[in-house]
Structures are given as C-alpha cells and as structure tokens.
Design a protein around this ligand. Structure first.
Ligand code: SF4
Length: 346
C-alpha cells in the first residue's frame, strides 16, 4: 500500500474507514450523479444523520432524475417538508427538469456545465464532477478547508486564506481518484481532524501534517478577529405563494433602509413588519445559519423564516411579486442576502 504522499495515505485510510453513507457507491463503483447531487443539495442545510432517512425516502419515491422531473410540484414540496424551505425544493425540481429536457436525463459531467444548472453553485458542481464523474475538480467545504489549512500550516486568516487553501488542496488531489480524495478529506474533517480537538494520533496523514508538527493544529485555520459592533437580531419572512410569488413590503419612507423594499422583517429596526405576518402560514422553517449583515453602527443577525401559502391577501404595505422578478425590485443588500439564503441556503 503506497502511503508516500498525503493523498495516498488518505486514500488508503479511506478505503477501509470511509463512512458508509446511503448516497455513496460501493468501493470501486462509480457514484450515481443523481444521488450525489441530491445528497449535496440536502446536506447544504442540515446534518448527515438527519438527511440519511429522508434521502432514501426521496429515492424510493423518485428513483431517477427523470422520475423527479416528472413529479408534481406539490408532491415534491410535501416530501421536502422539514428539510428547510421550499425555494430549494423548487430549484431541485427546476434542475431535474432541465436535466431531463435539455440533457436527455443525464447530468452533464463537467464542473462548468454543472454550474449552469439551476440551484447548483460552485461547490456542488465541483463535488458532483469529482465524485460522480471522476473529473479533476476539487470541492472545498468546511472540512476540506480545515484539513488543508492544517496539513500545510496555512497561517493566513480566513477568508483571505481561501485561494491558498484551494491551490494547496488542488495540488495534492490525485488525478486518478479525485472523487474519493474529496470524500476522504470530508470524512477526515468530520471524524478525526475536528475543529477544536483534532485527533492527530489517529490521523492517517499525521506524518505529513505541518500544523501538527508545529503544535498549532487546533489553532488553524485562523479566522480574522471580528470587530466588535453591537449585535441586533431580527427576523425576515420569506413567504411563498403557490403561484411562485413572494411577499414583499415597502419600508417607511424615513429611517434605516427608508422606502426600500424588503421581505417583511421584524425585531431589528423601528420599522416592524405587521404582527399578523406569522399567521399567514401554518409552518415556518428557519434557514440556518442566519444571514449576517454589517451596518455602519451594528451587526445584524437576521433569521430567515420560510413559509408557504396557497393563497393569501397581502397585509398592509405588502405586495406579492414573482420570485423570478426579485432582481427588478431593488432589494437592499441585506435582503438580497436573505433571498439568496432562502433560495440557495447560503
Ligand atoms: Fe488534522 Fe491532526 Fe491529521 Fe493534521 S494530523 S490533518 S491536524 S488530525
């Protein structure tokens, strides 16, 4: 067994210690792109343990991407309940339909093509390309970021360190097993190279790890110290109607973000959304983590709550707009972040 490089040592460990996850293929078999894509989209918002049974239920119901593409919107929305928010399920469906209609039911295999599909960002495109198609793509999630920063003792603070981390991770990714390498790094970060207390004695790449040698493993990656500003917390309500419209509100003409359009929000400024807003949907799901936005004099943590209604009259000062026209209403950047969180989960 060749263990003369971090990648070979890591892959040798992965071959015997990999996590058994329902979307993974058996050793030596290529992973199904539909499974990889579905799991990555689900994982963007919650944990592996929470996802596993839901993933299987989804697959039992829609075994292929073509089956999912042909599903009724409401069935998918209902199956998605509890997994976060419906905008992501809608994007999932949109993506499945584009794959079915424009790609003959087969996911494209390159990172660049995958990134053009609805709801697929840079990380997911790289993950699917590497894991399902063996392409030389290197997805960087939080686990891979941490392992790489420690392996190479990258002392630069995040987020400035991101390009260096990416370059380093790419430099050690083996061209013959890029998907297994990415998953091995993810597994190492999730089980051994833990954020606060890395278990270096159990680590298969310990002999290569510069942070461990220097005794600074637990201190990396470094994060820029946060400037202390007062913290305010609030809520924004992303309410979707069955005809793909979302509820907006025009803020008061004066004051913070005066006269600007927002998702009705509450708790962080003196211009509060109507109290009745929460009664409009029977269930609300919080996007995690909250949206963070720094204003000149304070830092805002805005919880984005997502709900769905069949129909409802807009409360005072509120109005409905199609989701695909949100780019035209001039949302302030904090609300653009809220929209991105509701739609993309980040
Ligand atoms: Fe992480 Fe320790 Fe392994 Fe280095 S030796 S990669 S710090 S677990």
């Amino acid at each position: 067994m060749m263990t003369d490089s971090p990648a070979s040592a890591l892959l040798a460990w992965y071959d015997v210690s990999r996590r058994d996850l329902p979307w993974r293929s058996h050793p030596g078999a290529p992973a199904d792109p539909y499974h990889v894509w579905l799991s990555e989209v689900m994982l963007q918002q919650t944990t592996v343990a929470a996802i596993a049974p839901r993933f299987q239920r989804f697959l039992d119901r829609w075994p292929t991407v073509a089956d999912l593409a042909a599903a009724a919107d409401e069935d998918v929305m209902a199956e998605w309940a509890g997994l976060g928010y419906y905008a992501r399920a809608r994007n999932l469906l949109k993506c499945a339909r584009v794959v079915a209609a424009e790609h003959g039911g087969q996911f494209p295999s390159t990172e660049a093509e995958l990134a053009t599909l609805p709801g697929i960002g840079g990380y997911t495109a790289a993950a699917v390309a590497a894991i399902a198609f063996g392409q030389n793509a290197t997805p960087i999630d939080g686990n891979i970021e941490r392992v790489t920063a420690r392996l190479f003792r990258i002392e630069t603070q995040l987020p400035a360190a991101k390009p260096e981390i990416k370059t380093r991770a790419v430099s050690i990714a083996p061209p013959d097993r890029p998907g297994d390498f990415a998953q091995a790094m993810m597994d190492l970060g999730a089980t051994i190279c833990l954020p606060r207390q890395p278990r270096c004695l159990a680590c298969p790449i310990q002999t290569f790890c510069q942070a461990q040698k220097a005794g600074v493993a637990a201190d990396l990656p470094k994060k820029a110290p946060k400037k202390v500003k007062p913290l305010r917390q609030g809520r924004a309500y992303w309410l979707e109607r069955a005809d793909d419209q979302v509820l907006l509100r025009r803020r008061k003409p004066k004051g913070l973000l005066g006269a600007m359009v927002e998702f009705p929000s509450y708790g962080w400024s003196d211009d509060e959304a109507p109290a009745s807003i929460e009664t409009l949907a029977s269930e609300w799901f919080a996007v995690t983590p909250p949206v963070v936005h720094v204003f000149t004099h304070f830092r805002l943590e805005l919880s984005v709550l997502c709900g769905r209604v069949t129909d409802a009259a807009a409360p005072e000062d509120c109005f409905w707009r199609p989701v695909d026209q949100l780019g035209d209403v001039g949302l302030p950047s904090v609300m653009q972040k809220a929209a991105k969180a509701a739609i993309m989960g980040d």
